[in-house]
Design a protein around this ligand. Structure first.
Ligand code: DGL
Length: 283
């Protein structure tokens, strides 16, 4: 029985905390083990080979800790490395791309916008996934790399962010999209300024929330949900001691940004080194 085991989540750094929050809200009976690869962030500007190598090391680390399934919170790793991860570990793996694409197509929009990192946009993963659900849908994509540091600085309400958003999103606005996928972990933090820029009629799709729905369905279909009475009876809060956080560098900064993103610091936070560990080696 795997039900009592936690769910593994990894991201290139702090951004995946938005996905952790979505999972935590939807699945209060589950425990989570989160790995933020803060030593090697960002992934969004790196090559396929490097992203695959990092993603496999992260996945093996979490699989070795005994998780019942793995959520790849990083959109970039989901877009480029999902097949490599699936080959490397023996548990179910859920990425961000398919859930986000499905939710966007479900809005019925004929034209869908996607914003993400350079690597995610370059991979065409969202466009392919959207077209798999509906061949007729038109997809308009734009990379918004500066949104990542702006979110980490909590500059959601600064005028500079609004002007950068206006510049990045002009193509999306002109295209008159009906839905816009927030295809990067950090973008939900800037949700309000993005909505204001593209207009209230555009439906924003949070790929983390979409993935949480997919995880919920998978747990039910595979009878993997945690049913332990002790767990259910306890009132959960974000970052409490039932969840375990690991980072590969700068734990203090991670804790600070976690407080900004989630309102509390992780009760259990540890620094780990993944490389040089033979068990996690990719070849
Ligand atoms: N986590 C990454 C993503 O969702 C954004 C940050 C990075 O470039 O590593 O694509």
């Amino acid at each position: 029985m795997l039900n009592h085991l936690p769910i593994g989540i990894f991201d290139s750094g702090v951004g995946g905390l938005t996905v952790y929050r979505a999972l935590h809200e939807r699945l209060p009976n589950e425990r989570f083990v989160y790995l933020g690869d803060t030593a090697r962030v960002p992934y969004g500007t790196k090559s396929l080979a490097t992203i695959e190598r990092y993603a496999i090391e992260n996945s093996r680390f979490l699989a070795a800790r005994g998780v019942k399934l793995l959520v790849v919170a990083c959109n970039t790793a989901s877009a480029l490395a999902l097949p490599a991860i699936q080959k490397a570990i023996k548990i179910d793996v859920i990425g961000m791309i398919e859930p986000g694409a499905r939710k966007a197509v479900e809005t019925g929009a004929k034209r869908i916008g996607v914003i993400a990192t350079e690597a995610t946009i370059g991979s065409n993963a969202y466009a392919k996934a959207i077209k798999n659900f509906n061949q007729q849908t038109e997809v308009v994509e734009t990379a918004c790399p500066l949104f990542v540091p702006l979110a980490e600085e909590s500059w959601a309400d600064e005028p500079e962010t609004a002007s950068i958003a206006a510049k990045y999103l002009s193509k999306i606005k002109e295209a008159n999209v009906g839905a816009l996928v927030l295809g990067c972990t950090h973008y939900p933090i800037l949700r309000d300024v993005i909505q204001e820029t593209v207009g209230a009629s555009v439906k924003l799709i949070d790929s983390g929330e979409a993935a949480a729905e997919t995880v919920d369905n998978l747990l039910k279909n595979k009878n993997l949900a945690n049913l332990t009475a002790a767990q259910i009876s306890r009132q959960r809060s974000l970052c409490d001691d039932l969840d375990h956080f690991f980072v590969t560098d700068a734990a203090e900064r991670f804790a600070r940004v976690a407080e900004r993103f989630l309102g509390s610091q992780p009760a259990r936070l540890e620094a780990v080194e993944l490389w040089g560990n033979d068990e996690l080696r990719t070849n």
